[in-house]
Design a protein around this ligand. Sequence first.
Ligand code: CO
Length: 132
Amino acid sequence: MIGRLNHVAIAVPDLAAAAQLYQGTLGAVVGAPQDEPAHGVRVVFITLPNTKIELLGALGDASPIAGFLEKNPAGGIHHICYEVDDILTARDHLKSQGARVLGEPKIGAHGKPVLFLHPKDFTGTLIELEQA
Ligand code: CO
């Protein structure tokens, strides 16, 4: 059911510093920061030849990554995103398998529907599905 790896998301305490690290030290193609108020994050996308890295900074006081950054003050891998052909078909399949789907599909940072799956059901990793 899952297809390509769309991105790996890394939560960071200082988005500008992390973007500079990837651009300067690692020599990656780094995009401009974009605010995602519906998700409580500011994101920077890094384009690699075969996938993307999503740097996540907190946006606002109630950011969903604030707790993660408290536990991981230096930052850390927050989620991985796999592509699926159809988000609703994927959701229904996962629910039928007993997996915990977090909320309803929302429009994600790429303007496409996304859905998150409970890390406890997937080897301790928060999984995002994005409709390809
Ligand atoms: Co993501």
